[in-house]
Design a protein around this ligand. Sequence first.
Ligand SMILES: [Zn+2]
Length: 1007
Amino acid sequence: MVDDFNPNGRTRHDAVALAMLRVRRFTRFRITPAVYRDPRPVRIGAWPVGGEPVPFADAVRHSFEPFELGREWGRPWDTVWFDVRGEVPADWAPGAAELVVDLGFTGDQPGFQAEATVYRPDGTVVKGIEPLNNWVPLPEPGPFRLLVEAAANPVIQVPYEYEPTHLGDRATAGETPRYRLAEMTVARRDPMVWNLLQDIVTLDGLVDVLPPDGARRAEIVHALERMVDAMDPDDIPGTAQIGRRALAPALAGNAASSSLIVSAVGHAHIDCAWLWPVRETVRKVARTFANVLDLIDRDPDFVFAASSAQQYAWLKDSQPELFERVRAAVAAGRIRPVGGMWVESDTNMPGGEALARQFVLGKRFFAEEFGVETDEVWLPDSFGYTAAMPQIARAAGARYFLTQKPSWNEINAMPHSSFLWEGIDGSRLFTHFPPAETYNSDLGAHDLDRGERLFREKGAARHVLGLFGWGDGGGGPTREMLAVAERKRDLDGSPRVRLGDPNSFFRSAEAELPAPPVWVGEMYLELHRGTLTSQHRGKHGNRHSEALLREAELWATTAAVLRGTPYPYDALEAAWRVVLLQQFHDILPGTSIAWVHQEAERNYERVAADLTALIDARLAALGGGGTTPIAANAGPYSRTGVPGMGIGPVTPPATVRPRRDGDRIVLEDPLLRVEVGRHGALASVVDRVADRELLPAATLGGVLQLLRDTPREWDAWDINEEDQRSGRDLLDPVAVDLVDDAVLVRHEVGATTIEVTVRLVDGVVEYGFRIDWHESQKLLKLAFPLDVRADRATSEIQFGHLHRPIHQNTSWDTARFETVAHRWIQVGEPGYGVAIANDVVYGHDVRNAHAPDGRPMTTVRLSLLRAPRYPDPSADQGSHEFTVSLRPGGVAEAITDGYARHLPPRPTTGTPVAPLIEVSNPAVVVESVKLAEDRCGDVVVRLYEAHGNRSSAMVRTSFGWDRLTTTDLLERPVASDAVRATTPGAAVDLLLRPFELVTLRFHDPRA
Ligand SMILES: [Zn+2]
């Protein structure tokens, strides 16, 4: 309902505007209040929990103090249980009675303020209560009792949307009640008046979008006016039927034969955490599913799609009775699990194996709990999409991809709505962007009209997806949305709306586009570029958890296969679940309230402790109790004498001690000569083998830059390019010292201290950073101007790498001013380049430029730290530690360094252990070694071609197996031509295409 038809002057001389002013006023002030009548009070008792939520069984045992309407309730994040008792008069029509609740709602959209779960006295859930969906059915006449679990979730987004808030942390949120209970009454709903209101809403919306001079619009306005004429303002219930009759002809006309077909799928985008903590999402999921189950009973065609296995798992744990009803609805096809991932994760930052596990754990849950397999990827809201996704999704059995987020691009509009998306290895997914550009549609005329205008394939295709239902904070579809959908099945002036399911939509859309357009590579989001850097400790936790999980699985597998040590399936799965949850698209990107990020950091610490203990135990078992110092190398390549994925004695690299040479400090080994100047930056880096200086003339390397970071909006989300015009180089350290084998540079900037150690280890310049960060709205970058003439940057992504142009020829190139790389980035000329690796950085920018002497150069910058103020005013404050390395090299060296940053040989004792797996070609990289998900004891090895070439490799094994299958990510057999030959128990001969991902399953002969 649009009721803000501008009356300020616009209506004059405009008969339609005048008419609509009258219609809307009549609707708002006469018809809407008449939907409910005969309100009756209820008796209310209240029990404030005064802490974290408690289960129903605990709450119901408490005594409830009498409570009245109009009273304040709800300290921030507290829960108040209301005990509600009333009576439904026996003479009311069956189904008419409802409990109407206003918790003190402050805005329109549900999910960002108070909300409640309603229980029967037996503990079963009835429904959620939210703004715009604030009723509870009272089907039985006579006395009733309900328990209302009201969550005082504070509004985080006022008064100004990006104002720092103390409300995002329980410790700082204060004790002031946030709400006043405004209404809790029994009333009867008049279905005739309600249906009249839905008729009006349906037609009214069309007035705003139809051609102003067209006959159809005039017909609708005329009908609405006749409706007002025909009704008695003092007897709405008595004249509602007459009003509906007046509107009937305007609702009877058919849609044009050319109209789009909107597959309307019920949905509720529920962020696993954002402006609320994870624990609140657990309750949001229950409220939303309860709402959905109520609607399913009311409309036989309604289908609801919900992603995120994690959210179903929460429901199973927290509300088992509701979960069983969901399970039944899934079996009946009414609720469709979609997406197949554990959560709707970010896709820029999770590592390859983690993104694979999103599907493995998600799809396994759906298969085990519901017996369903999803064939689409469902990521409507993540901040850009990795070019690795098509291959990973295909390997998980998916065929389709859904998002709408690219519609948020600041500069360039994506050219297609339905198309094939091709990844780095050539895999393709049929992809659809719902052209209404929202996942929170109400199926109103504005959304449908936008969808028609923006659907890029119109003419060639007619099927579009419409996702309707309140989202972000959950809530889901409402009966009003279903009423609109029903009226728009075949309505003149509107696209045709068909309630449907995502899979049927994708099949129809795919079938009608025999030669779809193709988008190749990443789907970069031209917005939210700061999410690669915000909440740095969380990113550190993610990156190091991923590395620890690799280590833990590798050594657990090795110990299981060689020593019979039980494989810790449950502990590993528990760790994965935490890591996968925290890759959610508002946690890992750093865009949630303080509560969420503090909790995430604690969880990462716990995961690290658990996995480290697990690794230590396996290494002790493998070492056999000996005392000889050795080391375990979990990386794929041999290092300091220890073979990749093996355990053995270390041959440490020669220590390079720095020495003073005039006002410079020199580090030198047979490969590199490095000079650090008084300013603490690199003054020279000479590749002694190639006899080549890496730094352009009169240019410093490894320079810290402190830049302004005051985005226009979206503080934690965005970096604005214009801010990078303002900043300074940190070239005035308080100390530059020689410490043993390192140069120690110390900067003090206000309250912030930055300690940088520079070492030279085996031809690699290694940086260690220790930062105590107390900045506000600043961005810290590390800049390496390089004397190479590169035309592109090569960045590691999941299971491969991506080339991106570094010029600014087009608006697309210009907009891509901050990009993601994982463990390394590389720039170069044919035959010569520089590799920069890191152990936490995701945000990079690379540009071609000119040195002071006028010669071309390439500048690589790493985004190290930010300090946004919203939604977490304490974001990034405090201590940070991480490493960066630099050396001459191509992709092969970059990959080696990337793994080296994360998987240093782990000291242990005992006797050496040969690797389970050895690969003859460094281009073929083992990313994961584990035991099979089905716990039968088979060894699963995931490898990928990492150089972007066709690569062959001999994989030698040192454990017993009698049969090999190539599998998908779910470890089910799939045909593959990657395996050329096998020698059971000994070797596999592989030939991989560029970036090809292969999962090998070695069958345990004992199984
Ligand atoms: Zn979201």
